[in-house]
Design a protein around this ligand. Structure first.
Ligand code: AP5
Length: 224
């Protein structure tokens, strides 16, 4: 292993709701042997356990709004301090505001990480089709789609046999709000990372395997 490879690797997946961040993060995590850290999944875990953090987050998630920065940053800081994240991670859904991006820079600075930021581009009409047909597994958050990626048995997760459900925030009105929120609060991060020379654009409007390959090429092409 050379000195470059000894530095931790953080892959920050940027893209609108429904771009395929969760789907691809799981695949990259498996291929690269890094943990998948999804702020949305962390909030949903808290909600399942009915913690105060979960109950607070739910008030924002149900409306398609962002959970306040200080709460989100604190939760991710704690996750990144765990032993499995010392060699890096695939970040999915975080950062989502300039304040979160700056907090992440500060959190990681001492680790001298390699950072790659793939931006998964998908047209808006496709996002709505993807989110309205998404099915999520109750036990571990595995992701399916009624048409694009159907489970073998309707309503049942292929991986763990648990129930598949429609996320509350995948209802059409909430999806539209999430896309607006993305455009105003998260899209500025595209330039934030482009200016730092870390952004790699990937076409997300392609079959899943092709997107995975493009992401792996982007990570390797960035010398990471
Ligand atoms: P979060 O859970 O992060 O949701 P999101 O960012 O809106 O992203 P999604 O999970 O909806 O989409 P995705 O890009 O992961 O797509 P997926 O792979 O599932 O956040 C939820 C909420 O939590 C937020 O609204 C906010 O309230 C809160 N939150 C989370 N993080 C926060 C933060 N940092 N700060 C503040 N608040 C925060 O794919 C979608 C569908 O498309 C699936 O059905 C899939 O099978 C299908 N699909 C995927 N790829 C393809 C393809 N190539 N072709 C065809 N279909 C495909």
């Amino acid at each position: 292993m050379n000195a470059q490879e000894q530095r931790p690797l953080f892959i920050i997946l940027l893209g609108p709701p429904g771009a395929g961040k969760g789907t691809q993060a799981r695949r990259l995590a498996e291929t690269l042997g890094l943990p998948h850290i999804s702020s949305g999944d962390l909030f949903r875990e808290h909600l399942k356990k009915q913690t105060p953090l979960g109950q607070l987050a739910q008030q924002y998630m149900a409306k398609g709004e962002l959970v306040p920065d200080e709460v989100t940053i604190g939760m991710v800081r704690e996750r990144l301090a765990q032993p499995d994240a010392q060699q890096g991670a695939i970040l999915d859904g975080f950062p989502r505001t300039p304040a979160q991006a700056e907090a992440l820079d500060a959190l990681l600075a001492e680790r001298r990480p390699r950072v790659v930021v793939p931006y998964i581009r998908v047209p808006e009409d496709e996002l709505v089709a993807r989110l309205s047909g998404r099915l999520t597994c109750r036990a571990h958050g595995h992701i399916f789609h009624v048409r694009y990626n159907p489970p073998k048995q309707p309503g049942v997760c292929d991986y763990d046999g648990s129930e598949l459900y429609q996320r509350e925030d995948d209802k059409p009105e909430t999806v539209r709000r999430r896309i607006q929120v993305y455009q105003t609060q998260t899209a500025p991060l595209i330039d934030y990372y482009r200016q730092r020379g870390l952004l790699v654009e990937v076409n997300g409007n392609a079959p899943m395997d092709q997107v995975t390959q493009a992401l792996l090429d982007a990570v390797r092409g960035a010398g990471a």
